[in-house]
Design a binder for this molecule. Structure first.
Ligand code: 2NL
Length: 385
């Protein structure tokens, strides 16, 4: 006999005459309700379109005032129960209530958004229904839904993007390239001589004799010159590697942004104007810049850029070693030999370039004194940004 047929009959007609019989009959009804609810939830995930209608159909089948299974149970089993059995039938009938609440349309519809949340979870795994507090009959369904905890953008990424945005605003494009690089692109094309100390095993991580982990992002710029030719306005952000032991100011991996402008008649004045504009955008309009002579094999002339100390405003303090100035990047006019290696004629084009370390900028911006904090994935550190 199906459940539909059973609810149409009275208890004596069903041959139920004791408490045990009543209990097993109601257990069957509760199990059927729960099974139909579960089946609908599974189908709802596969096809959300018809889900609303199915929710209503299921609700009406059990809970409709006229002809619903629960109302028939009330009518035929409870109201027509013998005096002796009435208390146990009443108690069992009351226990249908919490299960029936799970069939209310609001309860069933709630299941859908919760499942959607699971599929967009960034955890990389599907959390269990329990972890998400999926609507079950014992929960207060009027409470707000589960909100997955939001992460934040890593401070290095934030600063990278901030610097990128300033140069994008000036018309530069972003170029990227391999972190495992040939000795040719990392050193030779940049006019760095065989004997240069940066090329030895104690400064560079070699994969094999002709392959290194790039020590700067300059090789990206050589590749870009070869690929696009001049005029060229690019920045090259990314990870770089050095044979260094980690300490408060060193890391074997860190981030660099290099910039390159190549065009007809590019001068040192363009370099100064651009980098001064950049420094004021990043550090604030009050900042002053200072250019002093330096040396790099890939630029001639070469310079380093200092900014007036953000801590003491140029008065002299511990951070700027009493000088009032803090060095923030290296720069220079691209060496003609380097342009030639990029396939650009130095008789027709000139260019300038710069390089900066992103970690230093993030440390200055946020007042961080240990570079290692960026790599330890300590949520207490990261959630501050
Ligand atoms: C520093 C110095 C610098 C460059 C990087 C460069 C790239 C090409 C050609 C010429 Cl393809 N120059 N890059 C130039 C001057 C300085 O970085 O101290 N970086 C942290």
């Amino acid at each position: 006999m199906t459940l539909e047929e059973k609810v149409g009959k009275t208890l004596p007609e069903l041959g139920v005459s004791d408490a045990q019989g009543v209990e097993s009959l109601f257990a069957e009804a509760r199990a059927a309700m729960e099974a139909e609810r579960q089946a609908l939830i599974s189908r709802g995930a596969a096809n959300e379109k018809g889900h609303d209608q199915e929710c209503k159909t299921l609700r009406d089948r059990w809970l409709a005032r006229k002809g619903g299974l629960v109302s028939l149970i009330d009518e035929n089993w409870l109201k027509k129960a013998t005096k002796e059995l009435k208390p146990v039938v009443g108690r069992e009938f009351n226990q249908l209530r919490p299960v029936a609440a799970g069939l209310e349309v609001q309860a069933l519809l709630l299941v859908v958004p919760v499942r959607t949340t699971q599929t967009i979870s960034q955890a990389g795994r599907i959390p269990s229904a329990e972890a998400f507090g999926v609507a079950t009959v014992s929960h207060d369904l009027t409470l707000p839904g589960y909100r997955p905890p939001l992460g934040s953008i890593h401070p290095i990424t934030q600063v990278l993007r901030e610097i990128e945005d300033i140069f994008l605003g000036l018309g530069f494009r972003i170029e990227t390239g391999p972190e495992v690089e040939s000795v040719y692109y990392n050193f030779d094309a940049l006019n760095i001589p065989e004997s240069h100390p940066s090329r030895d095993d104690w400064d560079t991580l070699y994969v094999d004799e002709r392959t290194v982990l790039r020590t700067h992002t300059s090789p990206v710029q050589i590749r870009a010159m070869e690929k696009h030719g001049a005029p060229l306005y690019i920045i090259a952000p990314g990870k770089v590697y050095r044979h260094d032991s980690p300490d408060a100011s060193h890391s074997p991996m860190f981030h660099q942004i290099e910039g390159l402008a190549v065009d007809r008649d590019i001068t040192f004045a363009d370099l100064k104007g651009t980098l001064d504009f950049f420094a004021r955008k990043f550090f604030g309009e009050k900042i002053r810049t200072r250019f002093s002579p330096s040396f790099f094999p890939f630029t001639e002339p070469s310079g380093e850029v200092s900014i007036s100390c953000v801590i003491c405003d140029g008065q002299g303090c511990r951070t700027c070693k009493e000088s009032g100035w803090v060095e923030v990047m290296g720069c220079g006019m691209v060496h003609p030999e380097v342009l030639r290696h990029g396939g650009i004629d130095p008789e027709q084009f000139t260019g300038w370039a710069f390089g900066l370390g992103v970690e230093r900028y993030a440390m200055m911006k946020y007042g961080i004194n240990d570079i290692q904090l960026f790599y330890q994935s300590d949520v207490r550190f990261l959630e501050q940004f």
